[in-house]
Design a protein around this ligand. Structure first.
Ligand code: ACM
Length: 633
């Protein structure tokens, strides 16, 4: 069959006038040009395969079931370029260089659609774009007939800016079932994320079956049940208590999830977090610590002191013993099983927040350091990391770890995930290592995104606008090619269920998706906000609750002399804010916000809400004056 691109070229030439058009696709494509006209779809909307290919067939099958959800009765068949109104899918016989492996070209015209790519991944991404051009659900008219679907005619050329577009899910602090993980992957695929970093182990639970060491899950996957905030208010386990909370994935389940992700163009990067964050492992096998003491899987009780300047102390040993050869033999067998389960290129070895106090206090560790010429505990961590890197590369995989793995020198070939800002990533790239940027200040999805009075507050904030401003390539980097991309991280200390995981991930995940996929020059905060509003409606129709805190007032308090002043801000020009400061409501009958105001002294609360077209939008914030005082910096 002749190259369908010729067909596309002819069709483009036949197109009336092409204009840069308005659309609501997230992440925004490299180019979107529209012309007058619409493709109108009713009952029959078939998928025609221009290329005979099993993966394409599978993608088409997944897409057909999406179409069924919208109310189309679609068939899949082999197609030549001349058949009826349908979606034609095919691979380019001569690759189009600019598209790379994940890009695609989509033509929507009145007679049908054509989606072409160099590789299957490109087709998958193109299908996600088409999915966004279609409604979530179809309306039904008064005679019970489904409304036709109209798509504006357009030509889209699209490919990603970065090869690593990741999200991390912590399943240790909260255990998410296979079904829940799949739901999380489904949503990632819609926004063209292609790396799922699965944080499988931590102090609060070991979540993956390792056949050689069954106690890792028999013991390490279970903790005593505690509720409420992680930390000081959660009691430590008592000896008499049963560990009933938790769970783990069997190896069959892992293989199932890996395949499910692959069908959605997502590679899984498993993380086994060592030498720190290992309390669940040590609850099962205490012999791999220095003190070899019995310990529990932590139920979220406080066991660390955090000091300024990033310093900390672990009050219970949660580190492996780097001077014990048995530790490396143990890790070798674990990584052997991990490498066989996950076909991706990388294995993540953690390496973050490793407390060195127990190493420094242990005579045998000290003797080991003297014997091996290791001058301090940072070099000892580096020794550990290099040995783990050797283990991982012996399994045919590349190692990646959090930026602490740079301390004391890093093995050649290892990649760095920069989380304590971008500086670790810059340093690593300067040394020739590949880097994934996931800095707290742009990419930590567990950080609070709205007002403390209505949010499940943690120790830091991250607004949608800040996430949207994420650029993984720092200005003065010598070799930008070393930046593989970026990643958002969802730690789950304050996230006890899937609906809340979605609430915390989106819309900031959409902002990150656009920062990782779209050309920098195509990004526009205002335009992103408009498109985000369309996606809010789509999430509503899917009955998935995501954060709409951008509609809510941003409350800022400050002192002017003795006066407590309050300023309100909002992301939208057409949103008005009304407030009261005399304990009355409804606020609509209070004051319309125009300028900063004084909060008088007394036992009173600020009540404030956003309104659009006279209607209240999102939550009423109610903050007592005492809390406002506490917010003054
Ligand atoms: C991390 O947030 N400890 C990587």
């Amino acid at each position: 069959m002749k190259n369908i691109l010729t067909v596309i070229t002819i069709l483009i030439l036949c197109f009336p006038v092409l204009l840069t058009g308005q659309h609501h696709i997230i992440p925004t494509p490299v180019s979107y040009e529209s012309a007058e006209g619409e493709l109108i779809l009713d009952e029959h909307f078939n998928i025609g395969l221009l290329t005979e290919n099993d993966v394409l067939k599978k993608h088409a099958e997944v897409f057909r079931s999406d179409l069924e959800d919208i109310g189309f009765n679609s068939g899949i068949h082999a197609s030549d370029s001349a058949s009826a109104k349908e979606l034609k899918i095919g691979l380019n016989e001569t690759p189009v260089e600019a598209l790379g492996s994940e890009g695609y070209q989509l033509l929507v015209e009145q007679e049908g659609m054509v989606l072409m790519a160099n590789e299957e991944a490109g087709i998958f991404n193109g299908l996600q774009t088409i999915r966004q051009l279609l409604p979530v659900k179809r309306g039904v008219n008064s005679e019970g007939k489904k409304d036709p679907v109209k798509i504006a005619t357009c030509i889209i050329n699209d490919y990603p800016r970065f090869e690593w577009r990741g999200l991390m899910l912590d399943v240790s602090r909260h255990f998410f079932t296979v079904q829940e993980v799949k739901a999380y992957l489904d949503m990632m695929a819609k926004y063209k994320f292609n790396v799922f970093h699965w944080h499988l182990t931590d102090d609060e639970g070991w979540r993956i079956e390792i056949k050689t060491f069954p106690k890792l899950t028999e013991v390490g996957a279970w903790r005593v049940e505690r509720h409420g905030r992680f930390g000081a208010n959660r009691a430590s386990p008592k000896k008499s208590e049963k560990a009933t909370y938790g769970g783990f994935y069997t190896q069959d389940e892992i293989r199932d999830v890996v395949a499910y992700a692959a069908d959605r163009n997502i590679t899984i990067v498993p993380e086994i977090d060592v030498p720190g964050h290992s309390m669940a492992l040590l609850a099962a096998y205490p012999q791999y610590s220095t003190k070899k003491e019995f310990k529990f899987v932590n139920p979220g009780a406080k066991f660390a002191e955090w000091y300024s300047g990033g310093k900390f102390e672990m009050l219970i040993e949660n580190t492996l013993n780097p001077a014990d050869p048995a530790v490396y033999a143990f890790l070798d067998m674990i990584f052997d099983e991990i490498a066989k389960l996950f076909p991706g290129e990388y294995i993540h070895m953690g390496g973050d927040e490793c407390y060195k106090g127990y190493w420094e206090a242990d005579e045998k560790v000290q003797a080991f350091m003297t014997k091996n010429g290791i001058k301090d505990s940072h070099e000892l961590q580096s020794y550990f990391v290099k040995r783990v890197e050797k283990i991982i590369s012996s399994k045919g995989k590349k190692m990646i770890g959090w930026d602490e793995i740079l301390e004391g020198g890093l093995a050649e070939g290892a990649a760095v995930m920069s989380w304590r800002g971008m500086k670790g990533g810059i340093e690593a790239a300067g040394m020739g290592h590949k880097v994934v940027m996931s800095p707290t200040d742009f990419a930590y999805l567990d950080y609070t995104q709205g007002d403390y009075s209505v949010e499940n507050k943690i120790y830091a904030d991250l607004s949608l606008e800040k996430s949207y401003s994420f650029d993984p390539v720092p200005e003065f980097i010598l070799d930008p090619e070393l930046i593989l991309g970026g990643q958002g991280n969802l730690w789950t200390e304050v996230i006890p269920n899937l609906p809340y995981a979605f609430y915390m991930t989106y819309p900031r995940g959409m902002a990150l998706a656009e920062s990782l996929w779209s050309p920098k020059e195509n990004k526009s905060w205002k335009n992103f906000l408009d498109r985000t509003e369309v996606h809010f409606k789509r999430f509503d129709e899917m009955e998935i609750n995501i954060a709409k805190t951008i509609y809510e007032p941003h409350v800022k308090v400050y002192k002017e002399g003795n006066k407590l002043m309050c300023a309100l801000k909002n992301d939208f020009e057409d949103i008005e804010m009304y407030y009261t400061i005399d304990n009355t409501y409804p606020v609509k009958f209070g004051h319309k916000y125009t300028e900063p105001f004084e909060v008088p002294k007394g036992d009173l609360s600020l009540r404030v809400q956003s309104f659009r077209n006279g209607q209240p939008i999102e939550r009423l914030l109610q903050i007592h004056r005492t809390d406002l005082e506490l917010r003054v910096k």
